[in-house]
Design a protein around this ligand. Structure first.
Ligand code: ADP
Ligand code: FBP
Ligand code: MG
Length: 467
């Protein structure tokens, strides 16, 4: 019930509590919103020897996490999310839970760890006995048999890359998926995937609510590109950046071992250049980082060719990192594929790395023809694209995956639904789907982080007008 100066609003996009002092809670749905007589039970964790001794283990239902921690002293308190964690009361009896896990979209380090920890969290913390994997992404709901999962089956999977239950793009048929959930008697659905997957999870939740089913839908965001907004970062992102170092090191070794050596590395990043930016900042051997958010040009003053020449003259070698989505607008019409899409509807990009390699080679061989002194270059192109996402997660991502999985399990057991779980300013929170699917997280090139990168590589900003 709203207290004085507080308004509660529930609409198609969410449950919002707004107070006069500017405090806003973007709350997540709960069974009680549409099943008013839903039964509750004592949380079995209260009797668990590992947790019973921990003071304040259970979250207070009024605990919230602020979206912004840097605020002006006069600004309103801003948007908050419900704090994740176990509740004193749960909405499922352990024996009644029938959970399923599905992984969708591209691979990301840590998928298996999240699967493992959902299974172990449900079984060890809540005594759940029935957990299944959906085989091969959304379409597996209606076209494949389920995969039985238990702590023994998942015991070692976190040491492997990929996802033991398979993944896919496309194949999201809401009606068929919810029919399957209903027919199989599944009442907790854990959905691991990126922006597309979370949009899919949102419509599955809406259909479940429309049918009045007591089925919790919990999302765990996965994106190697780190393009999901609000959340601190996706699990697996750090592991991918770490693996990218191996490719950059190789490019650097090759480049510095020959005269005018250029090492060119292409990294993932369809619309967001976070992997390229962080891999560059971590490496310190990179002289130029090109990302989708920062348009660049090749010829003329302030262009890439001028910078390459300068860098080779100064240093004898250089390393360039390019995100796959960078410079797509420069590719000639024949290479552009604006209307080609994958099964999920994502734009299929052409290989900007191969294009740029050829452009650089052509530029330096052309110099001779127009009478300038030729600068013979030796360019090595490295494309580690799939290698950086097919690895197991590193130690810190493993811990992050564990906490995310546990938070998701606590949320579903507590009767929350239609939420995604993530770290926001270092604290775990339940976030309504619409908050993370409405826009994409991108590198802001007027922010400090990009400035740090420019000052580390000394590359041109490409903002100066071409002459
Ligand atoms: N707007 C949408 N509504 C429903 N399902 C979607 C939507 N966008 C994508 N999906 C489904 O989500 C799954 C994963 O999407 P995709 O874009 O391939 O990967 P990611 O989730 O990693 O972004 C696919 O099965 C796709 O059909
Ligand atoms: O070849 P695939 O499997 O479609 O994957 C390529 C794409 O996957 C990505 O890693 C992003 O995947 P998601 O959308 O699943 O997060 C992009 O960087 C890349 O363009
Ligand atoms: Mg995506």
């Amino acid at each position: 019930m709203a207290t004085t100066g507080e308004s509660n609003e529930e609409n198609s996009t969410g449950k919002i509590v707004a107070r006069d002092d500017g405090y806003v809670l973007e709350d997540v749905p709960h069974f009680l919103d549409y099943i008013p007589n839903a039964k509750t039970y004592r949380n079995p964790l209260q009797d668990n020897p590992a947790y019973a001794v921990v003071k304040q283990y259970f979250v207070d239902s009024d605990d919230t996490v602020a979206q912004k921690v840097v605020v002006h002293k006069d600004s309103p308190r801003g948007i908050h999310f419900r704090r994740a964690g176990p509740s004193q009361r749960v909405y499922f009896e352990s024996d009644d839970v029938h959970a399923c896990i599905v992984t969708c979209g591209g691979l990301c380090p840590g998928l298996n760890t999240v699967i493992r920890e959902i299974v172990c969290g449900l079984c060890h913390m809540y005594g759940v006995k029935r957990v299944v994997g959906i085989d091969g992404g959304y379409r597996g709901f209606y076209s494949r048999n389920t995969i039985p999962l238990n702590p023994k089956v998942v015991n070692n999977i976190h040491k492997r890359g990929g996802t033991i239950i398979g993944t896919s793009r496309g194949g999201h048929d809401t009606k068929k998926i919810v029919d399957c959930i209903q027919d199989r008697g599944i009442n907790q659905v854990y959905i691991i995937g990126g922006d597309g997957t979370q949009k899919g999870a949102a419509v599955i939740f809406e259909e479940i609510r429309r049918r009045g089913l007591k089925v919790a839908v919990a999302g765990i965001p996965k994106t190697i590109d780190n393009d999901i907004p609000v959340i601190d970062k996706s699990f697996g992102f750090d592991s991918a950046v770490e693996e990218a170092q191996r490719a950059i090191n190789a490019a650097h070794v090759e480049a510095e071992s020959t005269e005018n050596g250029i090492g060119l590395v292409k990294l993932m990043g369809r619309y967001s250049g976070f992997i390229a930016m962080y891999a560059t900042l971590a490496s310190r051997d990179v002289d130029c980082c090109l990302i989708p958010e920062s348009p660049f040009y090749l010829e003329g003053k302030g262009g890439l060719f001028e910078y390459i020449e300068k860098r080779l003259k100064e240093n004898g070698h250089m390393v360039i990192v390019i995100a796959e989505g960078a410079g797509q607008e420069l590719l000639p019409g024949s290479l552009k594929s604006t209307d080609q899409r994958d099964a999920s509807g994502n734009n299929l990009l052409q290989d900007v790395g191969i294009w740029l390699s050829q452009k650089i080679k052509d530029h330096f061989s052309k110099q001779k023809k127009i009478g300038q002194q030729k600068m013979a270059i030796c360019l090595k192109y490295i494309d580690p694209t799939y290698m950086i996402r097919a690895i197991p997660s590193n130690a810190s991502d493993n811990v992050y995956c564990t906490l995310l999985a546990q938070s998701a399990v606590h949320g579903a057991m507590a009767g929350h639904t239609g939420f995604t779980v993530a770290s926001v300013n270092g604290r775990h929170a339940y976030i309504p789907f619409h908050c993370i699917t409405e826009k994409q997280n991108k590198v802001v090139i007027t922010d400090r982080m990009w400035a740090r990168l420019l000052s580390s590589t000394h590359q041109p900003s490409f903002l100066t007008p071409r002459v």
